[in-house]
Design a binder for this molecule. Structure first.
Ligand code: AMP
Length: 180
């Protein structure tokens, strides 16, 4: 697998230099990819958001995965003049929800989306910071489908290729701005 290539050399370099590794967080053995240095750099943040949006001019909604996915998905939605939909951890959304349990690199969790978040057949771009084992993204894709919409694609800043996350997402176009 190659990361998205054409014209993204600079963005890939930005990501390499502004995502830092934090060993043993949040638990021993996990190498945490911390995007806060990237977010703190205005021009780098803008370049990355613009790059995430490339190729998705026709989507109706952008779904962000709590919590770091929100930070990226909202500006991507604005860039595309699309709506923003939060996919949240269990118990956080106030109206009726669909719930989907999944496992991640560390622990298990449940994600929810409002039952009325999408119009039937809407095209949805799913956004998160890191694709690791793929459980989070797969649960989100399932929620989008259960809520009556279609997953146009999944875009992440960083893919941890050795965890083979995209294997959990057959038939879904997955784009990573950088793969390690
Ligand atoms: P997964 O379900 O294993 O693909 O995990 C993806 C989710 O967990 C994303 O929402 C990431 O923010 C977070 N995550 C998993 N592993 C890491 C990591 N090594 N560094 C930073 N975030 C991670």
């Amino acid at each position: 697998m190659s990361a998205f290539e054409a014209g993204t050399t600079d963005v890939a370099e930005l990501l390499r230099s502004r995502i830092r590794d934090i060993p043993d967080y949040p638990q021993p053995g996990i190498l945490f990819k911390d995007i806060t240095p990237l977010l703190a750099d205005g021009p780098a943040f803008a370049a990355v958001i613009a790059e995430m949006a490339v190729g998705y001019a026709d989507v109706d909604k952008v779904a962000g995965i709590e919590a770091r996915g929100f930070i990226l998905a909202a500006p991507v939605a604005l860039e595309l003049t699309a709506g923003f939909v939060p996919v949240r951890k269990q118990g956080k959304l106030p109206a009726e929800t669909y719930a989907q349990s999944y496992s991640l690199e560390y622990g298990t969790a449940t994600l929810e989306v409002h039952k009325d978040a999408f119009e039937p057949g809407e095209r949805v771009l799913v956004v998160d910071d890191v694709l690791a084992t793929g459980g989070t993204a797969a649960a989100t894709a399932e929620l989008v489908k259960r809520a009556g919409a279609r997953v146009a694609g999944i875009v992440v800043l960083l893919e941890l290729g050795f965890l083979s996350g995209r294997e959990k997402l057959p038939g879904v176009p997955v784009r990573a701005l950088l793969a390690v």
